[in-house]
Design a protein around this ligand. Structure first.
Ligand code: NAD
Length: 336
């Protein structure tokens, strides 16, 4: 089957080509992301393959449907970028990669906790500059600290297991009880206000839904411990960034680690080092010494990329051969 692979980077091409050659698909790699402007590039392709920041809104979907596209293969887990209602009306099916190495994201979230706590990002710059002063680099032992985990699914659970290994107390919040979380021992489910009130570190691992959009806002920040560390490796829209900037200025939030950002579609996955970045909120964010922002790289391990490519090709095979696809997205993103 001919597949237009949008937002294609060299690493996508390398792994998909090596695996795809054996499956008989003709993969055409397109560097541009898929949106209303670029939808014309999908004309004549029965399937498109897209990534996290491709915008499959109603306008884009109508355009690709008119060009003959009937299947969307997402190379990611989250599908908040797809207007599923319109897709269904147009007879376009979509499938995602429901699961791939959850260790990739969980381990990265732990990396942000460690770097922020012990100021490794600042120490790295200091020693390169011949500055061996320890002023301002003091951290705290993780052992005995309370970690709040919002979303205890695949990634949240592994994050919990690793933090448990450090000797942390764990507070979880989820609509769905995960028995593997409570089985950890020093872990219990609580309501959100209790989690906000008691956590020294809060890590977000729930999907972006209408209900979770701006879950972290001025009101919920007000409930948090002064100096709390906040980690978001899930989706940028979970956080009201301007409220978080106010809380950093007011020293309510003591450290912030972001791998995702609400307006990331205009920035991430591109080299903009020779450009003037126009997003003032983002630019303010990266001026804080106690903030680390990375460009949506938590998934980026060789293990995860291999899992993603294999499942994506399985999904394309299922569609082409008219088989039921276990990864087909049938429900809009609503909370459980
Ligand atoms: P998952 O489905 O296994 O777990 C998500 C959990 O969130 C579930 O237990 C679900 O019940 C819970 N949840 C749903 N609505 C909730 C709510 N309102 N409040 C609290 N919990 C709620 O998903 P996962 O594989 O663990 O992935 C979690 C998220 O991580 C994804 O939604 C995706 O946005 C993000 N992600 C980011 C990257 C990255 O590279 N940064 C990569 C993969 C996934």
């Amino acid at each position: 089957m001919r597949v237009a692979v949008f937002s294609a980077k060299a690493y996508d091409r390398e792994i998909l080509e090596s695996l795809g050659a054996t499956r008989g698909h003709e993969l055409v790699f397109i560097e541009e992301s898929l949106n209303a402007r670029t939808a014309v590039l999908a004309a004549g392709f029965p399937a498109v393959c897209v990534f996290v920041n491709d915008q499959l809104d109603a306008t884009t979907l109508r355009a690709i449907a008119a060009g003959g596209t009937r299947f969307i293969a997402l190379r990611c887990t989250g599908y908040n970028g797809v207007d599923l209602k319109t897709a269904a009306e147009l007879g376009i099916r979509a499938a995602r990669v429901a699961a791939y190495s959850p260790f990739s994201v969980a381990e990265f979230a732990v990396g942000l906790v460690l770097a922020l706590n012990r100021k490794i990002h600042r120490a790295y710059n200091r020693t390169r500059d011949g500055n061996f002063s320890l002023e301002g680099l003091m951290g705290f032992d993780l052992r005995g600290r309370t970690v709040g985990i919002i979303g205890t699914g695949k990634i949240g659970l592994i994050f919990a297991q690793i933090m448990h290994g450090f000797g942390c107390q764990l507070l979880g919040y989820d609509h769905r009880i995960n028995p593997q979380f409570t089985a950890l021992g020093a872990a219990q489910y609580v309501e959100l206000p209790e989690l906000f009130e008691n956590a020294d570190i809060i890590s977000l691992h729930c999907p972006l839904t209408p209900e979770t959009r701006h879950l972290i806002n001025a009101d919920t920040i007000d409930q948090m411990k002064r100096g709390v560390m906040l980690i978001n490796t899930s989706r940028g829209g979970l956080i009201d960034t301007e409220a978080v900037i106010d809380a950093l200025k007011g020293k309510i939030i003591g450290a912030l680690g972001l791998d995702v950002y609400e307006q990331e579609a205009d920035l991430f996955f591109e080299d903009l080092s020779n450009e003037i970045i126009q997003d003032d909120v983002f630019e303010r964010l990266v001026t804080f010494p106690n903030v680390i922002v990375t460009g949506h790289q938590a998934f980026f391990t060789e293990d995860a990329l291999r899992d993603i490519a294999e499942t994506t090709l399985d999904n394309l095979d299922d569609f082409e051969q008219g088989r039921p696809c276990p990864n087909e997205i049938t429900q809009p993103l609503v909370s459980a």
